[in-house]
Write a protein that binds this ligand. Sequence first.
Ligand code: PMP
Length: 403
Amino acid sequence: MDIQKIRQDFPILSRTVYGRPLIYLDNAATTQKPRCVVEAISEEYYSVNANVHRGVHFLSQQATDLHEAAREAVRRFIHARSTSEIVFTRGTTESINLVAGSFGEAFLQEGDEIIVSEMEHHSNIVPWQLLQERKGVKLRVIPISDSGELDLQAFASMLSGRTRLVSIAHVSNVLGTVNPVADIVRLAHEAGARVLVDGAQSTPHIPVDMQALDADFYAFSGHKLYGPTGIGVLYGKEELLRQLPPYQGGGEMIKHVRFSGTDYEDPPLRFEAGTPDYIGTHALARALDYVGQIGLDRIADYEHRLLAYATERLSAIPGLRIFGRAPQKSAVLSFLVGDIHPFDTGTLLDRLGIAVRTGHHCAQPLMDRYGISGTVRASFAFYNTTEEIDTLAEGIERIRKMF
Ligand code: PMP
């Protein structure tokens, strides 16, 4: 991979902050956008813009074609069977809320159990707690080891005839752990439970294949995948989506509205009330195309080497503790330096032009598990370099000596 050439596709990477070259290591929060994605947005606004579906005029048909072509691009990217399985949402959070609202309302009752894990993002906890309040379902939590791996034995022993849904992150946004989701799907299905996989942190880093994985639902966000903000995806198996009631009501999601009763559209439109973000879907397709041209296998391989390099460099710093030591990890490195508050480390690194994230990373139960209030998190993308990691390590050394 020619990283210097790739970096030229991302104009923001050549800016400075505080007079220093930007080193952007906050990719798990959101990724930067290649020029082609930003251009896809302005091109469509300048020359195509019209509301999609049911328009007879030229622009509306062209915009509809681009929007539906984006659905096909997503289907290809995650190897789903059909575009009927691709629901556009605002992002991972809305995708999970959609499942909680629709599947949860229709299929879950008091006493039913949902299994999540200790390493979940708040987006994969709070929607289930809201359902708990509405319907009296029970939330059970898979514990993790000190190295940040799921306790699969504990998981197997939690599964029972009461388990209706297992909702689990493919990759942890704090620990980087790549969870064995295929095993989890198999075990859950044997117990008769459905599985939702939170793919917010997997889709930017590793190839995913819906037909091989066999999960019932899979959620992810465009903005973490080099696409625009405000657009995301819920994959759902077609036979399952067909059984689900609408999540929100409005235009686009109906076949026929009468005051005596309304017929709903088939999936995916049934779950897409209102004008969709058709500019966002088109730009997301451009991002998937861009990522596809580099190749997720090559991205995974390069980022793996970056992570190994960063782990080695940072491990050599006295007093630095890394959280997340699973053998299968994605490009995330969470750490604390001695007893320096993560906010202080982050603020001082910022002055060196290095953007990292500090705090609980929307995973407070995970922070409780480790008995800490937060970490510093460096998260990598394929446009990062080992030189940037050197600057990060030197910056941390300076901060450590200051304290
Ligand atoms: N799950 C995980 C694992 C995440 O990392 C994130 C984003 N930090 C989310 C869910 C929520 O994604 P979004 O804010 O794009 O809806």
